[in-house]
Write a protein that binds this ligand. Structure first.
Ligand SMILES: NC(=O)C1=CN([C@@H]2O[C@H](COP(=O)(O)OP(=O)(O)OC[C@H]3O[C@@H](n4cnc5c(N)ncnc54)[C@H](O)[C@@H]3O)[C@@H](O)[C@H]2O)C=CC1
Ligand SMILES: O=C1[C@@H](O)[C@H](O)[C@@H](O)[C@H](O)[C@H]1O
Length: 345
């Protein structure tokens, strides 16, 4: 059975996912699209030569009989409404991060999904499918470095759009570290504190950049996470886990090594789309395969979306207060107790 997708939001990542489903992956096709900018939706149908209908809004697309699964790639504040509409119709949903912009919104989705009675939702936390993070997790789970004690990581973008604000360093950017790190070390977050170092001259007046987050976990692991979104030199993701018996670190993204003009050099990527291209392919292939084979998506759950939202809220509060803020989750329902095993091959 081919999974017939309806896409809500045909901007940057919407187009990327449409390209991969229609040209790279197997088992899925695009049959419906919508965007508040209807011209953008029409263009995408032409650009990718899709046999797809253009719908006026998310509700009509979700209700279309030939749509099996909904891909939500609109702006964050619009996600909750579309995901809830899809669950109401009993449709599968792949939703880009954030699942919803508030913890309450994520909880609405969690409750709707539990009421439906089986898992329908996967959240686009693609780093769990990145081969570097998968290797780190294998090393940690197999006790190669003993108990993790500290994590040092960095999320650097060369530049950001003018509308990028200080809180987006959390809700748009750090949210990837927030998701992947608790998964990596099988721990829960306890508190967060934020420091604003000297500001770069490349950041606009309204933006604090860089920022450093110190997150403490329930078992006492100390995480130091830098977000620097005007670093200029490239898109650079770093992560090092320091354990009692050793250290593991993300590999550098492969690049040719050049010897020229008395210099030895390698390239640094400039774009997130290239850095995680394989992870995006794998997460959506896993969504398609697991829905086809087991009737439930396999990847990051609505509960993972809720964890990310609660943690984001605490990080944003810590940006504002300068104090250490608690990260307090509700008890995990048994419905989400199964640890998802992202299929990465
Ligand atoms: N997993 C990842 O690495 C990434 C995730 N994202 C997430 O994907 C989402 C989209 O981001 P981009 O594609 O970069 O944004 P974008 O601005 O390029 O595209 C969003 C599109 O959604 C449309 N839209 C907004 N509200 C809508 C609604 N209610 N109904 C239908 N269409 C609507 C807009 O007109 C626009 O075409 C965001 O939530 C973002 O955080 C974005 C980039 C990378
Ligand atoms: O999700 C993403 C963007 O929205 C965000 O702006 C970037 O900082 C991230 O690296 C990228 O993965």
């Amino acid at each position: 059975m081919t999974i017939r997708f309806g896409v809500i939001g045909t901007g940057a990542i919407g187009r990327e996912h449409i390209r991969r489903i229609s040209q790279t992956l197997s088992g899925g096709e695009i049959v419906a699209v919508t965007d508040v900018n209807q011209e953008a939706a029409k263009q995408v149908v032409e650009q990718f030569k899709l046999d797809a209908s253009v719908y006026p809004d998310d509700k009509s697309l979700v209700a279309a009989e030939n749509v099996d699964a909904v891909l939500v790639t609109s702006w964050g504040p619009a996600h909750e409404q579309s995901v809830l509409a899809a669950i109401e119709e009993g449709k599968y949903v792949f939703c880009e991060k954030p699942l919803a912009v508030t913890a309450e919104g994520c909880m609405n989705i969690v409750e709707a999904e539990m009421k439906h009675g089986k898992r329908l939702v996967q959240v686009g936390f693609m780093r769990r499918y990145d081969s570097g993070y998968v290797q780190l997790k294998e090393a940690i789970d197999n006790n190669f470095i003993g108990e993790p004690l500290m994590i040092r990581c960095a999320h650097r973008n060369p530049e950001v759009a003018e509308n990028y604000s200080t809180d987006m360093a959390v809700t748009d950017t750090l949210i990837h570290e927030i998701d992947v790190l608790h998964w990596l070390i099988n721990d829960d977050y306890k508190s967060v504190q934020v420091v604003f170092p000297k500001k770069t001259k490349h950041a606009l007046d309204h933006l604090q950049d860089p920022q450093i987050f110190t997150i403490e976990t329930e078992s006492g692991v100390s995480i130091n996470a830098e977000v620097f979104v005007n670093c200029k030199y490239g898109y650079d993701i770093q992560c090092e886990v320091i354990g009692e018996e050793g250290i593991v670190k993300l590999p550098e993204f492969p690049s040719i090594v050049m010897r020229k003009d008395a210099k030895l050099s390698t390239n640094v990527l400039m774009d997130w789309k290239d850095r995680f291209i394989e992870a995006y392919d794998k997460e959506i292939q896993d969504f398609i395969d697991s829905v086809r084979e087991t009737g439930e998506p396999n990847g990051p759950t609505a509960w993972d979306g809720y964890i990310a939202a609660v943690t984001s809220d605490a990080c944003v509060k810590a940006q504002q207060t300068g104090e250490k803020e608690a990260i307090v989750l509700k008890e995990r329902p048994a419905f989400y107790s199964k640890n998802t095993e992202c299929k990465t091959v």
